[in-house]
Design a protein around this ligand. Sequence first.
Ligand code: HEC
Ligand code: HEC
Ligand code: HEC
Ligand code: HEC
Ligand code: HEC
Length: 508
Amino acid sequence: MNKKETLVIVLVALSITLCVQHYEKNIYPHKEELFTTSTTCSKCHDRLIDVSGRDVSIYSDWQQSIHSNAAVDPYFLAKLSSETAEFPELKDEIEAECARCHMPLASAQAASEGFKLTVSEGLREDYEFHDFAIEGVSCTICHQIENRDLGKESSFSGHYVIDFTTKKPQRKIYGPFDPSWPELMAGASGYRPVKGEVVERAELCAICHTLYTPTIENGKVIGTFPEQTPFLEWLNSIYSQNITCQMCHMKAGKAKVTTMPKNAPLRDMKAHYFVGANVQILKIQGDEVGAKRSETQLKSAARIKIESVELEKGKIVIKVTVENFAGHKFPTGFPSRRAFIHLFVEDSSGKVFESGKYYSDGRIEGEDEPFEPHHDVVGSEGDVQIYESIMVNKDGRVTRTLLEAFGYVKDNRILPEGFEKSRAHPDTLVRGLAATDTNFVGGRDEVTYIVKGNFSKPIRVVAELMYQPVSYPFLRSLHPTEQTKSFEAVIGKVEKTTLVSSDVRILD
Ligand code: HEC
Ligand code: HEC
Ligand code: HEC
Ligand code: HEC
Ligand code: HEC
C-alpha cells in the first residue's frame, strides 16, 4: 500500500466514524437507558411481611397485577388488531398511541430518542428495548413520573413527564417516605429514592386512567372521545375529599419497605397488586390468586337489594335498588364493561317471570338491537336493566370501534356516592333515559318490576347483579384476525359473567 492509498483509507474511515456519530447524535440523542426492568428492584423489594403476618411483597404483588400484563394482555392485543384491521392506513399511529400506556417504558424510552414506538415493534424479540416493552406498567414508569401538570388535561391520555436528561445513578425514584438509606439503593440500582408526594395523589393514576381516544373519519382525526374517565367521575364524588385511588386499589400494611438493611424502620406502606374487577383476564393468565382477589374487590363494589314485594290484584310489584360503593361509576374503565340485573319470580305454581336471563357466551335475553335502553320500570320479560355506556359514531350509529366513537347515546352506569348530575364534568354526563330518571341518583338506582297476571302465595323473588368485563356485543364485534381468534379461544374457556351481589325475598 502506498502513502496515497493509506491516506484515502484513513479519510474514508474517519468520515464513516463521523457520519455514524452524527447519525447517532441525531437519531439517538440520549442512548442512556431511562428505565430498568422490575427484576432490578425485586432483589430488595420482595419477600416482605407486614406486622400482622400478611405477605406484602411489592414485586410479587405487582407481577400478579394487570399492570404487569398490560403489554401482552390477549384482550388488548385482540382489540388492537381489530382496530388496525379497520384503519390499516393508520396502523403505526394507532399502535404508537396504545403503546404510551400499555408499553410505557419502551414508549417513553423511544420518545426520549425522538421516535414513536409501535406495539408490533415493542413485541419483536430482537427489538433493543423489548424487555422494557413487555414489562407493561412497571416500577420505573410510575416512580419516575414528575410532579408536572398533574390533574390538568395536558397530562391525561398518558402524557406523563419523565426526566430525559439526568443520568444514572443520579436518576430519582419518587416514593412516599423520607428514606434513611438512599445510597444503598442508588448504588445497587442506579436510582436514588427520594420523597415525592406525587405518588400519593389520585392525579398520578389520572394520567393513564383518563383516556381521550382520537375519533377517525376518512383517515383523518376529527376529534377526541372520552373513552375512560374514572378520575373525572371520582372528582364529582364524596371520595375526592379524602379517599384516593391508592387507598382502594393498593392494599395497606405496616412493614419494612425492603428486605435490607436489617434495622430498617416499619413504614405505612401500600402494596402493589392494583386490584380491579377484571376477573376473567386474570383467569385467562392462569392467575387464580389474582382472580380471587379481583372477585372480592368486585363484590365490594355494589349491592342489590329487594326493597319491597307487593301482591296486588292482577300483578306483583317489586322494587329493587342497586347501590355503588366504588369511587367512580360502576362499572368504570374500558367501555366493554357492563353490569345487569337478573330477576327471577316464582309463585306456588313455579316460575312466572324472568328478566335478564344470560347465557354462557355472554348473551343477555331481551337485549335489543342495537342497544337496550335504560329502564325505570321493567314491565315485561323482553326488557332488562343493563348498566353500560354505548358509543356512537359521528352519524349517531352505534359502534364498538374505539377509533370511530364520537360520543355516547347511553350511559347509565351507576353513579358514585355524592355525584351530582348538574355538576358533572361534560365528559361524564349521564346519557339517555337515565338522565331524567329521578331515582337514578348519586350512589344508587331504583328499578320497579311489574309482573302482570294472577298469582298465589308464596311468592319468591331472586335478584342478582351480574358483571361482564367483555360484553357480548364487544366480543362479537371484533374483526377476525389471528389475535382475535386466539383471544376468542381462551376467553371461551372461562366464565364470562360474574355475580356481584344477590338478594332473595319470600312473601308467604
Ligand atoms: C439494594 C437494594 C435495593 C434495590 C435493588 C432497590 N431498592 Fe428501592 N429502596 C431500598 C432502600 C434501602 C430504600 C429506603 C428504605 C428506607 O429508608 O426505609 C428504598 C426505598 C425505595 C422507595 C421508597 C422511597 C421513598 O422516598 O419513599 C421506592 C419507591 C423504591 N425504593 C423503589 C425502587 C425501585 C423502583 C427499584 C428498582 C429500580 C428499587 N427500589 C431497587 C433498597 C433497594
Ligand atoms: C403508565 C400508565 C398507568 C398509570 C400511571 C397507572 N395505570 Fe392503572 N392501568 C394502566 C393500564 C394500561 C391498565 C390496563 C392493562 C390491561 O388491562 O391490559 C391499567 C389497569 C388498572 C386497573 C385494572 C385492574 C383490573 O383488574 O381490572 C386498576 C385497578 C388500576 N390500573 C389502578 C391504577 C391506580 C390506582 C393507579 C395510580 C396509583 C394507576 N393504575 C396508574 C396504566 C396505568
Ligand atoms: C401503577 C403505578 C405503580 C407501579 C407500577 C409500581 N408502583 Fe410502587 N408505588 C406506587 C404508588 C402510588 C405508591 C405510594 C402509595 C401511597 O403511599 O399512597 C408506591 C409505593 C412504593 C414503595 C413505598 C412502600 C409502599 O409500598 O408504599 C415502594 C418501595 C415501591 N412502591 C416500589 C415499587 C416497585 C419495586 C415496583 C415494581 C415491582 C413498583 N413500586 C411498581 C405506584 C406504583
Ligand atoms: C372507594 C373505593 C374506590 C376508589 C376511591 C377508587 N376506586 Fe376504582 N374501583 C373500586 C372498586 C370496588 C372497583 C371494582 C368495581 C368496578 O369495576 O367499578 C374499582 C374498579 C376500578 C377499575 C377497574 C375497572 C375494570 O374494568 O376492571 C379501575 C381502572 C379503577 N377502579 C380506577 C380507579 C381510579 C383511577 C381511581 C381514582 C381516580 C379509583 N379507581 C378510585 C373502588 C374504588
Ligand atoms: C391513556 C392510556 C391508554 C391508552 C393510550 C390506551 N389504553 Fe387501553 N387501557 C388503559 C387503561 C387504564 C385500561 C384499564 C381500564 C379497565 O380495566 O377498565 C385499558 C384497558 C384496555 C383494554 C381492556 C383490557 C382487558 O383486559 O380487559 C383494551 C382491550 C384496551 N385497553 C385496548 C387499547 C387499545 C387498542 C389502545 C390503542 C388504540 C389503547 N388501549 C390505548 C389505558 C390506555
